[in-house]
Design a protein around this ligand. Structure first.
Ligand code: GDP
Length: 520
């Protein structure tokens, strides 16, 4: 098979959702389709709430490094599927956002009883900003949830994206009969079995017990309404992230997951060309290239390895190949590589655009780095920074250690582990993070890698807004609306909350507040 054939088979995506919407359960069903696991209930580690299969844990034990199913890959039909995990709960961090720079599409799972929730919204915004195609699965239709029409409206108005229902549900909870599969023109009947029963539209007349059910008729009327009043399916819009195909089902039953997955996998995009400093790089070109979107340092002091996650963007990866790190121009051999698949085969021999590989990092890589082969010399677009929400003041417990403290701080910031600010005209350091986990990792690594114990004092959740230097008037700011500077020395205000921000805007209409993370 040619590089082009291999590349065209790749489907690389992430599943985004709010905790408890059913991401793990639906992932597990996908792994079952791919024969990656044999029975349901094996994916979720009881306590950790993370993915784990027994095989996978064995690899972890051997390597002593926690890469717990950050990426799962498996063949399905004619495709090679790569699912990237986007940690939620207490593991939510800037890495969760960065993962979205490495995928070609996204599946958004929504709990039908709850609708759009906070974390879904945050992750969605990043997808929208990057124009990533988004497919929606409305889950938990086996329970009494919100009305489908209402959910569609909420998606459209809250997320500002067109919806196109690929399937339409007949009833919910105890009255749940199944879904109309508009794409394949069939009714998928919910029988309570794991198998999905398909009735082609033109055979429905033989199923009077179904078609004469009031719930069915009501759903059919609704669907006709959607047909007439709703937007038509527009693949071009979907590819730009302006329309989302919507599917209904239950990951737990399971029901509708297979119908969803089969349609999704056909429509989901293959790896796209990417922008670089030397223009557009095509995924099917001969020469290999990729970029690092995540670096995971081992927390176990016995194993100081770090693993850099590389998204392959072009050509063919082969174990042991020589690559050049574009930032430094240095060339070296990638002797050890790892594929993140939940199977016992841990070493990856080859890979193509769309695949994710892990390479051992002897402390030379940074997030956003490009690696290439041959005569190429370019860098992929810089990875964006994402809005930190939690802010803490940080000092070294022992003032004598200020040199190591600064060194550690500088390196961890450069690595993208945290974001660094200073109080305006002071030497006080303030760090910003997306999630609490980042602070834990920061504290741990400062102690173990730089031998510095740090003191962290929370200043709470904050909303950062940049302002022009000439508009800075220190008398306007205090602890509530704290004046700070970023790493480049540009001033910004850390507003206490939305209310303070609005109050300030009203009072100082002449001052322009810039949201560097503005996505719309
Ligand atoms: P995650 O936090 O998004 O990974 O969510 P999980 O997959 O762990 O699911 C959270 C809870 O919802 C678990 O107790 C699941 O069994 C349950 N759940 C997931 N999908 C469904 C569904 O389709 N119907 C019902 N009734 N419960 C579900």
């Amino acid at each position: 098979m040619t590089i082009r054939d291999e590349m065209k088979k790749r489907r690389t995506f992430a599943i985004i959702s709010h905790p408890d919407a059913g991401k793990t359960t639906i992932t597990e069903k996908m792994l079952l389709f791919g024969n990656l696991i044999r029975s349901a209930g094996t994916v979720k580690g009881k306590k950790s709430g993370k993915f784990a299969t027994s095989d996978w844990m064995e690899i972890e034990k051997q390597r002593g490094i926690s890469v717990t199913s950050s990426v799962m890959n498996f063949p399905y039909k004619d495709y090679q599927v790569n699912i990237l995990d986007t940690p939620g709960h207490e593991d939510f961090s800037e890495d969760t956002y960065r993962t979205l720079t490495a995928v070609d599409s996204v599946v958004m799972v929504i709990d039908a009883t709850k609708g759009i929730e906070a974390q879904t919204l945050k992750l969605f915004k990043v997808c929208k900003m990057r124009g990533i195609p988004i497919f929606t699965f409305i889950n938990k239709m086996d329970r009494e949830g919100r009305e489908p029409l209402e959910l569609m409206e909420e998606i459209e108005s809250t997320l500002n994206i067109e919806t196109y229902p690929m399937t339409w549900p007949a009833g919910m909870g105890k009255r749940f009969l199944g879904v109309f599969d508009r794409h394949n023109e069939q009714f998928v009947q919910y029988t309570g079995n794991e198998e999905e029963t398909y009735i082609p539209y033109d055979e429905l007349e033989n199923h009077k017990e179904l078609t004469e059910d009031a719930t069915y008729q009501e759903a059919e009327d609704e669907m006709l309404l959607v047909d007439e009043a709703g937007d038509g399916f527009d693949l071009e819009k979907v590819m730009k992230g302006d329309q989302t195909p919507v599917f209904f089902g239950s990951a737990l039953a399971p029901f509708g997951v297979e119908t969803f997955f089969n349609t999704f996998i056909d429509f989901a995009p293959e790896p796209a060309p990417r922008r670089s400093t030397e223009g557009i790089v095509s995924p099917d070109q001969e020469e290999f290239s990729g970029f690092i979107f995540k670096i995971q340092a081992n927390m176990n002091p016995q194993h100081r390895d770090r693993i850099a996650f590389v998204r392959i963007c072009s050509g063919k990866f082969e174990r042991g190949m020589n690559v050049t790190l574009s930032r430094t121009g240095k060339t070296f051999k990638l002797a050890q590589s790892q594929q993140f698949v939940a199977s016992s085969r841990g070493t990856v021999e080859e890979g193509y655009a769309g695949d994710i590989i892990g390479i051992y990092d002897p402390n030379i890589y940074r997030i956003g780095d490009t690696i290439v082969t041959g005569k190429q010399n370019f860098e992929y677009d810089e990875l964006p920074q994402f809005p930190p929400e939690l802010f803490k003041k940080v000092t070294a417990k022992n003032v004598m250690k200020s040199k190591q403290f600064k060194k550690g701080l500088e390196q961890l910031v450069q690595e993208g582990a945290i974001q660094l600010f200073k109080r305006y005209r002071f030497e006080d350091y303030i760090i910003g993070a997306v999630g609490e986990l980042q602070y834990e990792v920061f504290e741990y690594r400062m102690k173990n890698e730089y031998n510095v114990e740090v003191e962290l004092t929370s200043i709470g959740e904050r909303i950062p807004r940049w302002i022009a230097e000439e508009q800075v008037d220190e008398s306007m700011f205090d602890e509530r609306n704290m004046l700070a500077v970023d790493r480049e020395g540009f001033p910004l205000v850390l507003f206490k909350n939305d209310f303070s921000l609005r109050w300030f805007k009203d009072k100082h209409e002449d001052i322009e507040l810039i949201d560097l993370f503005e996505v719309n």
